[in-house]
Design a protein around this ligand. Sequence first.
Ligand code: EPU
Length: 292
Amino acid sequence: MNWQRSLKGKVSLEEPLRKYTTFKIGGRAKFFIEPYNYEDLRLLLSLVKKYSIPLRVIGAGSNILIRDQGINGAVLRLSSPCFRKTSFHKNSVTVRAGKFLKELVLSIQKRGLSNTEFLIGIPGTVGGALAMNAGVKGKNIGDLVEDVTVMDYFGRIKTLKKENINFGYRKSSLSKFIILSAKLKLVKRNKRDIEEKIKRYLDYRRSSQDYSFASLGCVFKNPSGDSAGRLIDLCGLKGRRIGNACVSKKHANFILNLKKAKASDVLRLMRLVRKKVKDRFKINLEPEIKIW
Ligand code: EPU
């Protein structure tokens, strides 16, 4: 079956997915596809439907734990130049889904425009950030959205106004589509003030989070009114290790990949953490990360 030959973009077989995640863990994808443009993406959708191949979209891979057995299906990554474009308007920017947040924030800053500074340290793409409404300290990307353009799994493109999208805590109604681009509201601001704000966000992240080894950032969602990191810390779990997966000594809601950890080690450690927090505080921690 050589259905993938008709695509213009890059197609790899049995591609190791760990290369595409910040955690550097996980098995292979049977098909790994980077479409060339919207037409190519539409063609891909019709092909995977025709051959009943399950399809998933990966962004920057900063929130996904891929199981050791990998994915028996297709993984799609919107990494070609077509999916990274930005265009500026007077008080807004239209940005495509494959753009990295850091690049976006810096290009906005360069134009003396502001609103996105809080996204600077999040190691994600625009599409991934929108799908899970990424944010920090009560500010989320959904707050900036004017509209989002998506492709449904039939290849139809539509633009959804903000009022027709649900953004929740680390989730959104967009995750059922392939996100193509978003229009984000911006405001004019002094470049130096923007730079200072960016620096404050980066300093806070560096001082509180653990960058010593590969990770997925926070593993569990914060329960309402509390912090998962604080609860895990109070259970004395910092430094707890299973195989080469280890609860960070700096931020207890981070699990580190010390060296070639297995996804199964991480899953066992997550179960242990959930059990300890449940036993002590009667709170069920929900994973923030997606498990594939
Ligand atoms: N804390 C501890 N021990 C720890 C970690 C934290 O006692 O090991 C305490 C801190 O001292 C602080 C409180 O818990 O009083 C909250 O900690 P922090 O400021 O680090 O924020 P967080 O609630 O753990 C959230 C997001 C982060 C985001 C930060 C900064 C979630 C699950 N986490 O973390 O997002 O970067 O706020 O705004 O919503 C992520 O999404 O991957 C992520 C890391």
